[in-house]
Design a protein around this ligand. Structure first.
Ligand SMILES: NC(=O)c1ccc[n+]([C@@H]2O[C@H](COP(=O)([O-])OP(=O)(O)OC[C@H]3O[C@@H](n4cnc5c(N)ncnc54)[C@H](O)[C@@H]3O)[C@@H](O)[C@H]2O)c1
Length: 438
């Protein structure tokens, strides 16, 4: 019989995982405490923007293999339970807030009266899985028959469906051969397609995820530090990145200088990693991540300062067009978005900001209701004293700088992502400023 799967927490990670498990042929129930999200998913509608998700949701709405509910009892007969709830930064410090993971396991456990595998996918501090395994064995009616494993997730928002169906690697943190076997069964098709599998203990699997994110964050902050140096030395960081990126040991990916990283993962993950290292008495090992974080946040401040300078020393009452609100293109996720952070700072300094994003305006409105939003890039730019390009949507790259020059009050553009065609904008009469380049 085909596997029965439950997915606890149906946000950016869980909804995609649930849909992809159905696509692999399993019978899946997605469980979340958010009634609105469950209602939307049950209608076959994605509660957020993720390319390809709507189509697969609709498909498995029709196959009947995929259902959503707020009732944890629906997980009762599943063979494998994936825990995909959020682990945001705590309000009172850098550590991860583990309340949601603990609540999810506590709500699931009473329904586990037959042998099953509970698989954590959320990004958690090292040591969490071992503690949860004990908690589960104590609270599940089947006791140690509810085994715990960890299978960290590496999907990228914007590519989440393809990353889930064709990941570049699978990591199985397990404490028994049976758990490994069960995970190999779940991912049989993916493994047959050639995806490598790394099997480890629980702690290593937890560390793989946070160390991968620490590395990526470091790479971005490294090139942004080079941008800072290029700015004072009169050099071009984009050419520098091309040149060092040709070295296969370095690689060109994640070397795009700009306004830095944001989103629901990298910032909170490096902070939680530092906090956990401190608890383990090893804060010195990750002290460099504090600098990675600081470099990243400085880039936002730099754009605010540059904007002020370019409009004559004060942004008060100046019209500032902000192109982009999502933390990255192909997503409507605005969690810790550098674009919104910059828009918010300028707004607080008295600028008349107008924000446009192709997909993220509704989410941006929720967390920044006081910012004015426009319905199109042209509307945001109308009569603007300066245009800030802050999320690299293709739609912004496709803008005609000559046409836009006739709409703004002053043709000044700050390219916070260094991906507009500088020559074309300058040729159309714009003052073009990238980051870390002349
Ligand atoms: N978003 C990504 O790109 C990504 C990638 C890899 C790993 N992760 C990790 O995955 C985890 C989830 O991230 P996300 O981006 O999907 O977050 P999210 O906020 O989009 O989703 C979390 C979901 O969990 C639900 N939830 C909270 N408490 C619950 C409970 N007790 N029972 C059931 N559901 C509950 C929430 O209602 C929400 O729908 C985090 O640990 C994150 O670091 C995320």
């Amino acid at each position: 019989m085909s596997l029965r799967i439950s997915v606890i927490g149906t946000g950016y990670l869980g909804a995609v995982h649930a849909v992809c498990m159905a696509e692999l042929g399993y019978t899946v129930v997605g469980i979340d405490v958010d009634e609105e999200k469950v209602a939307a998913l049950s209608r076959g509608q994605a509660p957020f923007y993720e390319p390809g998700l709507d189509d697969l949701l609709a498909k498995h709405h029709d196959t009947g293999r995929l259902t959503f509910t707020t009732d944890f009892a629906a997980a009762k007969n599943a063979d494998v339970h994936f825990v995909c709830v959020g682990t945001p930064q705590r309000r009172d410090g850098l550590a991860a807030d583990m309340r949601y993971v603990e609540a999810a396991v506590d709500a699931l456990a009473p329904h586990l009266d037959a042998e099953c595998l509970v698989v954590g996918k959320s990004t958690v501090p090292v040591g969490t899985a071992a503690a949860l395994a004990e908690r589960l064995a104590k609270t599940a009616p089947v006791g140690a028959g509810a085994e715990l494993a960890w299978n960290p997730e590496f999907l990228r928002e914007g590519f989440a469906v393809q990353d889930t169906l064709r990941p570049d690697r699978l990591v199985f943190g397990v404490t028994s051969a049976e758990a490994e076997q069960k995970l190999r069964e779940v991912y049989a098709r993916t493994i047959a397609d050639g995806t490598p599998v790394i099997v480890s203990d629980l702690a290593t699997s937890e560390l793989v995820k946070v160390s991968a994110n620490a590395f990526l964050a470091t790479k971005i902050s490294f090139i942004n530090a080079m941008a800072e140096i290029a700015e004072v030395a009169g050099a071009d960081v984009t050419k520098l990145a091309d040149a060092i990126g040709h070295d296969a040991r370095i690689g060109r990916k994640f070397l795009n200088a700009g306004i830095g990283f944001g989103g629901g993962c990298l910032p909170k993950d490096i902070r939680a990693f530092m906090a956990r290292a401190g608890e383990l008495g090893a804060s010195h090992s990750l002290a460099f991540l504090a600098e990675v974080d600081a470099i990243n946040l400085r880039r936002r401040q730099y754009v605010v300062d540059l904007t002020r300078e370019l409009v004559g020393g004060s942004v008060a009452n100046k019209r500032v067009a902000v192109l982009g609100a999502a933390f990255k293109p192909q997503s409507d996720d605005v969690r810790d978005s550098p674009a919104l952070n910059i828009a918010g700072q300028l707004h607080l300094q008295g600028a008349r900001v107008s924000v446009y994003d192709p997909k993220a305006t509704a989410n941006a409105r929720k967390i920044f209701p006081t910012l004015p939003y426009a319905d199109s890039a042209v509307e945001a730019c109308r009569d603007a004293s300066i245009v800030l390009h802050l999320t690299e949507w293709q739609e912004f790259r496709d803008l005609d700088p000559a046409e836009l020059a006739g709409i703004v009050e002053t043709p000044i553009v700050v390219d916070g992502r260094n991906c507009l065609d500088a020559d074309a904008w300058r040729a159309a009469g714009w003052t073009y400023r990238g980051l870390g380049r002349p």
